[in-house]
Design a binder for this molecule. Structure first.
Ligand code: SAM
Length: 357
């Protein structure tokens, strides 16, 4: 299980009157939880947190603050300073909170971070930071190719990143590099030369990490990111800052699994992406019938499902997929967990069985 540093209170400048005159301090409140927000980081060794200014190198030395996160901690208040008014000026600042022993959040098998760093939204003396956090990932072996995704600091399901999205990116990266992941049809789809763009739909995209991530790895692909309307703003923000490969791109359309739009069901699709959408057994029938409707006009389409099992009741998903005529191949992605353990995200690649067509 991966842990995410979160800003319970995004960084702000606070003014205090001191003997030397008016001085400025940065204050923030940080926590470290899992994707669901129901478990706190409780490593026996603790994590050393480092809070650094990424925009103003001249503040770097003063701005470094180290705090131990202990096994029983729930939140860590941060206060840094004093800084003089001339040092702070009217400029915008971005701050980063990271575990000291993890320099880059690399999404690569065996190297994924146990604790994901948090980058604040910009803030100044006049404007506090928005209640957002940016994640910056490095995919595969690319030394400098950053892949950035914003998520909200609050408790929304849609506007958050989930472990399965991290695992999906690691998995898709291997597939696009031609590594045998036990799903030859998926390898072929994402690595073979093609005349037209791949047509891809992601269901329940959340912040859009998986679909947007794919456009940064594969040329010539159109990804339609879909979710409930509440996800539109964060997905659009992430699409707008993405750097897709040549002739690739992502866009957003609202789509409720209970009412997939007819024009999408009649459109030719190559791949449907689904990451961490099977957590609620009550919504699984709608999810599966939505997938069924989408592949009706695209019998060769593949469906890649990433899932993290949280309850036994979720297993009904496999029965529903079988009844809907889908046949799947199975693989696993290991993510780090506490005490040097690993956690498994299950990956399934489905296609309609011939007799179901
Ligand atoms: C746990 S989040 C996963 C988000 C993202 N795929 C990820 O892995 O980071 C589940 C997503 O499914 C979406 N969702 C739930 N019910 C839905 C429905 N009936 N129609 C469309 N999206 C739905 C939620 O809004 C949420 O974004």
């Amino acid at each position: 299980m991966v842990y995410y540093i979160r800003f319970l209170k995004p960084p702000i400048w606070v003014k205090k009157r001191k003997a030397k005159g008016m001085q400025y301090y940065i204050q923030s409140l940080i926590t470290i939880t899992n994707d669901l927000g129901d478990q706190f980081m409780a490593d026996d060794l603790g994590v050393t947190l480092c809070f650094t200014c990424v925009t103003h190198p001249q503040l770097q030395i003063k701005a470094q603050q180290l705090d131990e996160w202990g096994p029983t901690d729930r939140q860590v208040p941060i206060e840094m300073g004093p800084f003089s008014a001339s040092m702070v000026g009217d400029g915008q600042f971005n701050f980063k909170a990271q575990a000291l022993d993890i320099s880059k959040d690399r999404l690569k098998t065996g190297e994924a971070p146990l604790v994901v760093a948090a980058f604040s939204a910009p803030f100044s003396k006049k404007e506090p930071a928005e209640k957002l956090v940016e994640r910056q990932f490095y995919v595969g072996d690319e030394p400098n190719e950053r892949f950035k995704i914003w998520e909200e600091t609050g408790n929304s399901i849609a506007r958050h990143l989930w472990d399965a999205a991290l695992a999906s990116i690691m998995f898709l990266h291997d597939v696009t590099k031609g590594i045998d992941v036990g799903m030859p049809a998926l390898n072929q789809l994402l690595t073979s030369p093609r005349s037209g763009p791949l047509q891809i739909v992601e269901l329940g995209s959340g912040c859009g990490m998986v679909g947007i991530g794919l456009t940064t790895m594969v040329e010539n692909c159109n990804v339609l990111l879909t979710d409930m309307p509440e996800a539109e703003e964060i997905i659009t923000r992430n699409v707008n800052q993405s750097k897709p490969k040549a002739n690739s791109g992502a866009r957003y359309q609202s789509l409720d699994w209970n009412e997939p739009p007819a024009e999408l069901c009649n459109q030719a699709l190559d791949l449907i992406l689904v990451s961490d959408c099977t957590y609620n057994s009550d919504s699984q029938p709608a999810l599966v019938s939505c997938m069924q409707a989408l592949v009706r006009s695209s019998p060769e389409a593949l469906v890649l499902v990433a899932l993290k099992r949280r309850h036994e009741s979720e297993a009904v998903f496999f029965d529903l997929m079988q009844s809907a005529g889908f046949e799947g191949m199975h693989a696993k992605v290991a993510l780090p967990a506490q005490n040097a353990q690993t956690d498994e995200i299950e990956m399934y690649c489905y296609r309609r069985a011939q007799e179901a067509l």
